[in-house]
Design a protein around this ligand. Structure first.
Ligand SMILES: Nc1ncnc2c1ncn2[C@@H]1O[C@H](COP(=O)(O)OP(=O)(O)O)[C@@H](O)[C@H]1O
Ligand SMILES: O=C(CO)[C@@H](O)[C@H](O)COP(=O)(O)O
Length: 528
């Protein structure tokens, strides 16, 4: 049996709706978890789902000071619960991907001089040239995307270099919009961070580097050379390289925690800050994904991601540098209509209760008697389309479904879309395929049952749905030994294995084979 340990590692996740933290000890046992939910615990920022959707319905931002104040709150909660900060040997974290933070001139000095007598949100109040940070849900930069693709010779050419064609939410296009619409704000900006490197900067008390893995979600980095692609920088805004800093490996030790945390919370001066990364890369680490597995995150967004060795970027989906292995990559497909759409249907068809939602899934047959629904409440990413489309078993368009049918149609449609788009990118479900599920909705076994049935593969989960936090606590531990040549798998070999949650229902395979074909045809017919 492992001996109890008095050393621990922290992993934070600045995600769309909340800030979360997990602590693990030397045995990789989870010893603490906390969260701050933005809408309910920071109501003064008036967010809905952690964001502000602007009147054009395309621009989506979050107040950057809300994230800062959330850190004050979560550290306060940990302190109040008696958490021993002096035992933390290293910390790391993740952020919702693509979002950007604009530090005003002079902010580096403010970060270096933070006085432990005041909360962070007071100290950093005047530090941001742009107070509302664009986030991943934004789709207002179509013009900038077209410009970037043209400048690079086309969508595929841009994907060959950066891992993705131009996407509205990708940071380079967001920066280009700020340069065009608010050049004054851009000029005032000393440093541009991703949400992840911004959060690392708060702990470091200095500007933290963007890591290669989250840096791959910007349309700005050459993912094979792991450096900024000068053509892309030039097409986005003047003097951009200087504002971004040099990217670093995700396992880099950035330095020791700022004296602010030592004096205010009792952190040890030896506590190291390991580079922060994106939340999906963080989840890959937390689930200890292996080649051949498929990971499905059901958070605010839904994502499908894979570990890959040999990247072949296309104009659909993304290739990111791998967060735990410098030689490898990860492929990712993102779906914007995830939890918020499930919540809408839960309100309309299940009396606002997940229990009733589950009952509806149990009361309806595998394949939903041929009824298919596609629910893109907001402009989807995969594919770029908006609207709701329903057909019955005869492929006749219908205006509505009975409540229970609607619930199943939503969940089946969401998973059929994931399978169809993953297969389009060349992914094959094999006999030994494991689906690893994470994110808030992965706590719902009835939703996971539909996932297992649609993918015809067993679904595994880990003990915490906060796989990004957990992965970053693991990465914090690994960061201390990575320079000595210890690989991530070796550093976390003692971590608990994912557990089998559900297996496919006998007979489901045949039903979904037919439905998958019909779903693909319907998606094309309705939206493309
Ligand atoms: N029992 C449940 N069934 C389905 N969805 C759930 C359940 N519990 C929570 N969720 C969903 O989980 C979402 C939050 O997931 P989470 O991974 O924490 O999001 P994020 O990391 O993006 O902030 C909520 O918006 C909610 O819709
Ligand atoms: O845009 C993407 C991935 O490309 C999103 O997955 C964001 O990273 C948001 O993550 P969640 O808060 O939904 O986990």
């Amino acid at each position: 049996m492992a001996l109890p340990s008095d050393r621990c590692y922290l992993g934070f996740d600045f995600s769309t709706q909340q800030l979360k933290v997990v602590a693990v000890d030397d045995n990789l046992t989870v010893v603490h978890q906390s969260a701050v939910h933005f809408d309910t615990e920071l109501p003064e920022y008036r967010t809905q789902g952690g964001v502000h959707v602007h009147s054009d319905r395309l621009t989506v931002t979050s107040p950057v000071l809300m994230w800062v104040k959330a850190l004050d709150l979560i550290l306060g909660k940990m302190k109040a619960s008696g958490f021993d900060f002096s035992s933390v040997k290293a910390l790391s974290g993740s952020g919702q991907q693509h979002g950007s933070v604009y530090w005003k001139e002079g902010s580096r000095q403010i970060l270096l001089d933070m006085s432990p007598d005041k909360p962070l949100h007071e100290l950093l109040e005047s530090c941001f040239a742009v107070t509302d940070s664009p986030v991943w849900m934004d789709s207002s930069t179509t013009e900038q995307c077209q410009h970037l693709e043209q400048a690079l010779g086309g969508a595929q050419q841009l994907a060959d270099i950066t891992g993705s064609r131009a996407y509205e939410r990708f940071t380079g296009n967001q920066i280009a919009k700020i340069w065009k619409t608010n050049p004054g704000h851009y000029k005032q900006t000393e440093r541009i961070s991703l949400v992840s490197s911004f959060a690392a900067s708060l702990f470091l008390g200095d500007y933290a580097a963007i890591d290669y893995s989250d840096g791959s979600g910007m349309n700005l980095m050459d993912i094979s050379k792991k450096e900024w692609a000068q053509h892309c920088l030039g097409a986005v805004a003047p003097g951009l390289g200087g504002k971004l800093g040099t990217p670093l490996p995700p396992m880099a030790v950035l330095g020791s925690v700022s004296s602010y945390y030592i004096q205010r919370y009792g952190f040890s001066p030896d506590c190291k800050v390991i580079a922060f990364t994106g939340d999906n890369p963080g989840s890959l680490a937390g689930m200890r994904l292996q080649e051949g597995d498929i990971a499905i995150s059901l958070g605010t967004s839904d994502t499908v991601f894979l570990w890959i060795q040999d990247p072949r970027p296309t104009v659909e989906g993304h290739i990111f540098c791998n967060p735990v292995d410098s030689q490898a990559y990860m492929a990712l497909i993102c779906f914007k209509n995830g939890s918020f759409t499930r919540e809408r249907i839960r309100e309309e068809c299940a009396g606002g209760s997940w229990e009733e939602f589950s009952k509806a899934l149990k009361a309806t047959p595998v394949g939903n008697n041929g009824n298919i629904g596609i629910y893109f409440d907001v402009m989807e990413i995969t594919p770029a389309a908006v609207g709701v489309h329903r057909v019955n078993g005869e492929n006749d368009k219908v205006a509505s479904f009975p409540e229970e049918v609607e619930v199943r149609a939503l969940i089946e449609g969401q998973f059929l879309a994931k399978r169809a788009h993953a297969e389009k990118l060349g992914y094959k479900i094999l006999q030994e395929t494991r689906v690893l599920a994470t994110g808030g909705a992965s706590s719902n076994k009835d939703i996971l049952q539909v996932l297992a049935d649609v993918f015809n593969a067993p679904v595994y989960t880990i003990d915490t749905v906060n796989s990004a936090c957990l992965g970053c606590a693991y990465r914090a531990m690994h960061g201390l030994v990575a320079e000595m040549g210890v690989c991530f798998a070796e550093a976390v070999r003692m971590a608990p294995e994912p557990k089998l949650a559900v297996t496919p229902t006998p007979g489901a395979e045949k039903v979904y084979e037919r439905l998958l074909k019909r779903y693909t045809e319907q998606e094309q017919r309705a939206f493309l």
